[in-house]
Design a protein around this ligand. Sequence first.
Ligand code: 4AD
Ligand code: MG
Length: 477
Amino acid sequence: INSNVAELLKSEGLLLQEVQLKGWVRTFRSNRFIALNDGSTINNIQCVIDFENTDENTLKRITTGAAIAIKGTLAASQGRGQSVEIQVTEIEILGDSNPDEYPIQPKKHSFEFLRENAHLRVRTNTFSAVMRVRSKLSFAVHQYFQERDFNYVHTPIVTGSDAEGAGEMFRVTTFKDNEAPVTEDGKVDYSKDFFGKETNLTVSGQLEAETFAMALGKAYTFGPTFRAENSNTTRHLAEFWMIEPEVAFMDLDGNMDLAEDFIKYVINYVLEKCEDDLAFLDQRLTQEEKSKPQAERSEMSLLNKLKFVVDNNFKRVSYTEAIDILRNSKPNKKKKFQFPINEWGADLQSEHERFLVEKHFKCPVILFDYPANIKAFYMRLNDDGKTVRAMDVLFPGIGEIVGGSQREERYDVLVDKMKVLGIEEKELWWYLDLRKFGTAVHSGFGLGFERLVQFTTGMNNIRDVIPFPRTPQNAEF
Ligand code: 4AD
Ligand code: MG
């Protein structure tokens, strides 16, 4: 039978069956034992060669990274840590891999080295596990929303609007004959952007998703977004994937319920479907933690962290309450915050967010009702006139994983806000139309998909959870 390694490893009932497999050699020991991996699981299957009856040239070509096809008999294994192995009867080398040149050796490589070899790193245990979990998580995202009758909306990548009003956009310019358009005095001529209109890569699909919520009731996006902000951190990418649900007739409380329920669902889904990969990643993280000084070690294993999140309520705290806590706290006995919180109205830094989650509440936190002037223009103003119906979900080790809000549905209030911020009505006339024709309370949020993958896999650097990271240093692949 044709099979894959994942199935065979579970198939003790098939002992003595003839099997065929194709995959890549991970290691080859004693001229006899091939650890074969075909990507279907983190685990390798042991393939035992009858080396006395295999020609010398073939044996030489069984090297790490080579693609091979084998036929053989599935047998109970004598080796430790594996229940079955394959007694090989036929072997064919499909693609050689010169061991003197192949960058991925059967040893531990640094993540920095592997980032430079992003086209090959998914062949390692860690990255194959991360990418399988990533794939399952994205399926869970769609399943969650589809089961609840949300409509998947494909929002534009090239757009004329700045959804966040933060000015962190990559410009899109038309090139003709390989030359950037220039004015007579030699400056870049932006009037030639996208055939005459100023355009950029989207920073968020929210505004367009709102148009769908106000017609179909429930909508969500799941697509790439781009930010030209400083991405030299372990939590920022210039290109990342965002999930943005948007729901008509839902207020901020409903929005918090949705975010919490959604996150728990997708984490539960991978806990169930990615057992082997998560067990491997849990071990990896435990090893990594051991190399840290005691005080910096995480108290919980990866699996316990995931279970903790799905089993416990997120703590909901207003910005104002959070500021009171932070003013009266120190991150530890000796140290103050790098940016001490002195007054109401200050924006929270990741050190504050992580303090609240990791030290104070010791669970995921949803902060809400932020000061209006540190949040985006479209958030609904509260009756106090100074806070908006914003929410951020904060996670251990990650900080902000979700940002969302109840939207300003009142035409006049929104127009006034845009005036204050210098956003021109003619730029967002279509967005204002939603408030002119059949306006209603509505809310939504954005979840940074890579931050979710980071949390779920326990990877420290966001560059290691996306296949080809776009950061200021890297756009090669
Ligand atoms: O908080 P943000 O900027 O919110 C929005 O874009 C809203 N329009 C979302 C909405 O209400 N529909 O971004 C949302 C999330 C953040 O919480 C974070 O998880 C992630 O997107 N994010 C990034 N992830 C990786 N790299 C970056 N540079 C990111 N910037 C934001
Ligand atoms: Mg945010």
